[in-house]
Design a protein around this ligand. Sequence first.
Ligand code: ZN
Ligand code: ZN
Length: 423
Amino acid sequence: MKLEERIIEVLKEPVCDNCLGRTMGNLVSGMSNAQRGRAARDYVAFLIDSGEKLNVHAPNFRSYRLRNAKLQTDGPTRCEVCGDFFSEGLEAMVKRAAAKVSGYEFSDFVVGSSPTDEMQNKEEALWNRIGIDYIEPIKSEINREAGKRLEKLTGKKFNMKDPDIVFFFDLKRDEVLLQVKSLYISGGYQKLVRGIPQTRWVCMDCNGKGCVECKGEGKRYKTSVHEIVGKPAAKAADGKDHAFHGAGREDIDARCLDYRPFVIEVIKPKKRRIDLKKLERAINKSGKVRVGRLAFCDKETVVKTKSDRHDKTYTAEVEFEDKIDKKLLPKIKSLKGATVMQRTPNRVAHRRADLIRKRGVLSIVFKQTGPKKLRVTVKGQAGLYIKELMSGDEGRTTPSVAVLLNNKVKKIVLDVVKIHPVI
Ligand SMILES: [Zn+2]
Ligand SMILES: [Zn+2]
């Protein structure tokens, strides 16, 4: 079908300039579909006025003042494809979108949409008549036209790549949905006190609803590194919620004296340009957690932070049940460079698969601090269970300090003292 025949075919039904122009959307750049449609309609109007008898829907030419031809232009002009969405519905949805986003700080956005089934069916019916050469689907025109208008209305940039805001025009439900990109802040944290978990620990008895066991808190521990860092961050960015992403975690009863990398994610933030120095001070006031090196980052940093495997150095204050046999102490040196086989420890077996882990001891030094007490400093490969390396975990970890000293471990107090950079 020649292009002219196609244009005339489209004009057999009431059609707006956008929908007419969209059938030539991939011809001639630098024009809007409305301009393409207008040009095509103008051309056909010339043909009609020059005396050509064309089988078209005459009301499509109601606005023309023809010199020669007489057209009976009574009849419907509502566009068969879009139902006049481009001239009527779109503007209203754009205004709703702009109203929805007011109050949010953002610099760029993108628009997505789902046209109604009717629009899509009508458009496909049209394609069946004229073919699909040069056409643009209605959805992409809606997205682009809404984008242009929203740029004007909000003064922000349309940007496909990782924008702050995604508008979704759901024409089926006549709804405008707003997706707000999370605000990501990376940093390092030190846990200065024992007895707090890294992440919120939901009460297993009530699943977070609050019960007698958890004193109505819905959680097993009053606070967590996550909450101590996340609450001030969510407050500063005026966000709805917050999520915590750490590079591994220390035991609840262990301190972390080096800065452990993390990313705090503020969900649905209204503010993005927050003062990180001020946030750092607000978090550090807790006295329990100290953060540093706060910086804005992107989602990819979350993935990297969580997957990085850091070697770590720990100090363990170990107390044994019996007096330490000094003759056996040098045996501990044999652990340097050893590969330790660790079956999933008893203490975490309820939430982790039962596996054998092989991890290296990179270095180990010790000092006797009492008849039954030893301070051991171990540098281990990422994932080495330190408490079990001390205690042997009833034979599940081997070799172990307890077996080498032929003594049972009574108590271990653990600190992470160095988180080594990933090489
Ligand atoms: Zn239309
Ligand atoms: Zn509970």
